[in-house]
Design a protein around this ligand. Structure first.
Ligand code: ADP
Length: 425
């Protein structure tokens, strides 16, 4: 069993410097932004533009410890939020704006083209466009954000960091569906996986905590938020993950069903008059914790309701944990050894109840929760929650923005304005 070591920052990023990276995460109706020091993950500014294209867009941001918000015109989209960020928020903060060395973009789908982060050029933009069919809500928003950021900061390098990239190491036996092979060959239909940036971050942190090198660490990483996925990591590389062609496959999620019998779709269509849109809404928006509980998609609300005796909330939590435990068991079967099970994401980092239920379910394969450590492990702390003698289980808060900022800083060409050579370790 690997020994546990306490460290807080990946070694190659411990040096401090003034360089900052603007991290952009463009969703279908939102744009999250952060100005971050890529060396230590310190956040100088963070914010979100919400309800874009939905009537009453608002931008909220936090800087110097103060919170601000402003309502923007109804037709505000990603481009206008980036302009607002540049002109109004960064406009009178040269100490941030002038230290920007790069812009890092989260991109949900890179298909099979990207196994690493890349500097964005026209060929990369075309490749992201080619993946629109695989992520119709996300990739168009990323493209809009990239275009607006290029206009606003024409001299700064832009870097794309793909959710799918970490899973490009999966072998064919994990990513090919048992469908006619031509669907893969001719149409790219296969399992891609998502949340790769988060799984990659916790893999690196787990290696540091376990005092193992990255290329020898074996973990099962459970990212549990509104979206949830689990990944088997062998020698630091993803070898299987629960999300597939789309983020619908796998675990029970807030409003997504995760795995169902595909025969369900024919049944809904043939016997219950469901059309494609209704099936899509059913599986993506009306299922999961919300669908089972008939109450909420929010784990916190369900825990409270269950403790007050709400049967639906209890059933939703039971099914969530049961499905998760089955995946963990399956990933024990595909990994030659497991150095640690890692919980991350809003639920994984904060819900001692979910962690305890899952580990109790897994007692037959050596898991046992240390009640005191599990209760204490909340609110951004990382560390073990298992007893000394049992299978190592860690809580590791994820930090996808930091990975994006680090990758962007590492890819900055040496002749870039504001470029600080100490960013290239
Ligand atoms: P997203 O996938 O949207 O990024 P998050 O990672 O923020 O989601 O996770 C949101 C989930 O985390 C919600 O279900 C929320 O109820 C849950 N959560 C946050 N804090 C707690 C807590 N203290 N106890 C239980 N669940 C929590």
């Amino acid at each position: 069993m690997a020994s546990l070591q306490q460290t807080s920052v990946p070694m190659s990023y411990s040096r401090s410097c003034q360089s900052q990276v603007l991290v952009l995460n463009c969703g279908s109706s939102s744009l999250k932004f952060a100005v971050m020091n890529p060396h230590n993950g310190d956040i100088a500014l963070s914010g979100i533009g919400e309800a874009l294209g939905e009537g009453k867009p608002v931008v909220r941001w936090k800087v110097d410890g103060d919170r601000h918000s402003e309502t923007l015109p109804a037709d505000t989209r990603h481009t206008e939020v980036i302009r607002f960020l540049v002109n109004e928020i960064l406009g009178d903060r040269p100490q941030l704006r002038d230290h920007l060395i790069a812009i890092g973009h989260r991109v949900v789908h890179g298909g099979e083209k990207f196994s690493h982060s890349v500097l964005i050029d026209n060929a990369v933009i075309s490749a992201i466009e080619e993946c629109v069919a695989l992520a119709p809500l996300h990739n168009p928003a990323h493209l809009a954000g990239i275009e607006a950021a290029r206009d606003a900061f024409p001299k700064l390098p832009q870097v794309a960091v793909f959710d799918t990239a970490f899973h490009q190491s999966m072998p064919k036996q994990a990513y090919i569906y048992a469908l006619p092979y031509s669907l893969y060959r001719d149409h790219g239909i296969r399992r891609y996986g998502m949340h790769g940036t988060s799984h990659r971050f916790v893999t690196e942190r787990a290696a540091a905590l376990l005092n193992l090198s990255l290329d020898e660490v074996n973990i099962i990483s459970a990212h549990l938020g509104n979206g949830a996925s689990i990944t088997a990591v062998h020698n630091g590389r993803s070898i299987d993950t629960s999300m597939g062609l789309t983020p619908l496959e796998g675990l029970v999620m807030g409003t997504r069903s995760g795995d169902v019998d595909p025969g369900l779709l024919m049944h809904l269509g043939s016997h219950m008059d469901y059309g494609l849109k209704e099936i899509n809404d059913l599986l993506n928006r009306e299922s999961g914790l919300l669908g089972i509980s008939e109450l909420s998609n929010d784990c916190r609300a369900l825990e409270k309701a269950a403790s007050d005796g709400h049967d639906g909330a209890q059933l939703a939590l039971d099914i969530f944990c049961y499905r998760l435990a089955k995946y963990i068991g399956a990933y024990h079967a595909v990994l030659p050894q497991v150095d640690a099970l890692v919980f991350t994401g809003g639920i994984g980092e904060n819900s001692n109840l979910i962690r305890q239920k899952v580990m109790t379910q897994l007692r037959g394969i050596g898991y046992a929760v240390d009640e005191e450590k599990n209760t204490r492990a909340r609110f951004g702390e990382e560390g073990p929650i298992s007893t000394e003698q049992s299978a190592v289980t860690l809580v590791i808060p994820t930090n996808e923005e930091w990975v994006i900022a680090r990758d962007a800083a590492e890819l900055v060409p040496p002749n870039t304005p504001n470029h600080d050579p100490s960013t290239r370790e």
